[in-house]
Design a binder for this molecule. Structure first.
Ligand code: DP6
Length: 336
């Protein structure tokens, strides 16, 4: 009962921010549909992926989880159990497990490390338990660990339906990694852990007076961006993604207490992207998750040119080039 899987992180083009209170907040049912691109880093050794091995055995005395050589406890272990417990129930066993995981990128720095991590864990655990689940069903279990992990079950471009229950809040593939030609440059400003976790941020979303309008617009934008992706309309995808990102950050900044994930360098990158669009007529757009780092979306033809410009901004630690990733997969390469 041992299996391994590799999953990739994703960048939200339409953001998930805040959970629906009408159902248990523990289920991570979002306030709106969201859309993402699963991403594969191709510039160096950082592929933005998590490799996870899990084994269940009658002989294990305790549950054990290790991430990047560090044992996981407390809240981290609780989030793992949110996925493992229902999967063990499905199989009708209560064996303890051993899990080992490696991220090849900074953990909890707004690069969606938990999305890749919980997606890989779900896929590996379902296989180890010989559960025959569809990709959509897998996405509902990954969602229990971290909302955005629901989307990382799939490669390419992904639509996560808000839903009204555990079963109906699932992620579905819009199209594959080769169906829409888009790349991104991640401008890394700070690789450290974020000050305010997304969990707390989701809680605070409802304290912003702008949240109701963000929710309404996000639903519309999710449908629009899906159509634009399928029509290969890069400019429209970029414009919608950028606007939706600003809606989320407006909500963050007007929460009580206010949340500021940006650093002064974040704003420098935003201004540079706007300048490139206006003065050099380049189709590039920005989007930012819950952290200071900026994803600059562009077509592959100009990625190196834009990368060079962003790397020259003072305060940029480094850049990572990404393209759409293929599906997550199981592997026979076990970590223990
Ligand atoms: C801003 O609760 O999925 O990235 O568990 O910290 O990875 P982590 O976050 P999660 O919230 C993600 C929030 C977001 C937007 C998004 O990915 O949709």
């Amino acid at each position: 009962m041992k299996s391994s899987a590799i999953a990739h992180s994703n960048i939200a083009l339409i953001k998930y921010w805040g959970n629906w209170d009408k159902v248990s907040p523990k289920l991570n049912i979002p306030l709106n549909d969201s859309v993402s691109m699963t991403k594969y880093g191709f510039s160096e050794s950082i592929h933005l992926q998590t490799h996870t091995t899990i084994e269940f055995s009658e002989d294990f005395k305790e549950n054990e989880a290790i991430l990047n050589n560090n044992p996981l406890k407390g809240r981290d272990m609780e989030r793992i159990l949110k996925i493992i417990n229902p999967l063990r129930n499905l199989k009708k066993i209560d064996y303890k497990f051993k899990m080992m995981s490696f991220n090849d990128f900074p953990t909890q720095a707004g690069l969606a490390s938990s999305a890749a991590g919980f997606a890989a864990l779900t896929i590996a655990a379902a296989k180890a338990l010989s559960l025959d689940l569809t990709q959509e069903e897998l996405s509902t279990y990954a969602r229990l660990g971290s909302g955005s992990a629901a989307r990382s079950i799939h490669g390419g471009f992904v639509y996560w339906y808000q839903g009204i229950s555990h079963e109906t809040s699932y992620a579905e593939k819009i199209c594959g990694s080769y169906d829409f030609d888009i790349n991104a440059i991640i401008a890394i400003i700070d690789e450290g852990k974020k000050d305010v976790t997304s969990d707390l941020g989701h809680e605070l979303a409802k304290t912003s007076i702008f949240n109701p309008i963000r929710i309404k617009k996000s639903h519309e934008q999710a449908v629009e961006i899906k159509a634009a992706i399928l029509n290969d309309d890069f400019k429209k995808v970029g414009m919608i993604a950028e606007k939706n990102c600003m809606f989320m950050h407006s909500v963050m900044m007007t929460s009580e207490p206010a949340l500021f994930y940006w650093s002064p360098i974040t704003l420098k990158v935003i201004k540079k992207v706007l300048y490139l669009r206006k003065s050099e007529n380049l189709d590039c757009f920005f989007t930012i998750d819950a952290g200071p780092n900026v994803h600059c979306l562009c077509r592959p033809e100009i990625i190196e040119y834009v990368q060079n410009i962003l790397e020259n901004i003072e305060g940029i630690e480094k850049t990572i080039l990404v393209r759409p990733a293929n599906d997550s997969y199981t592997t026979n390469e076990h970590l223990f």
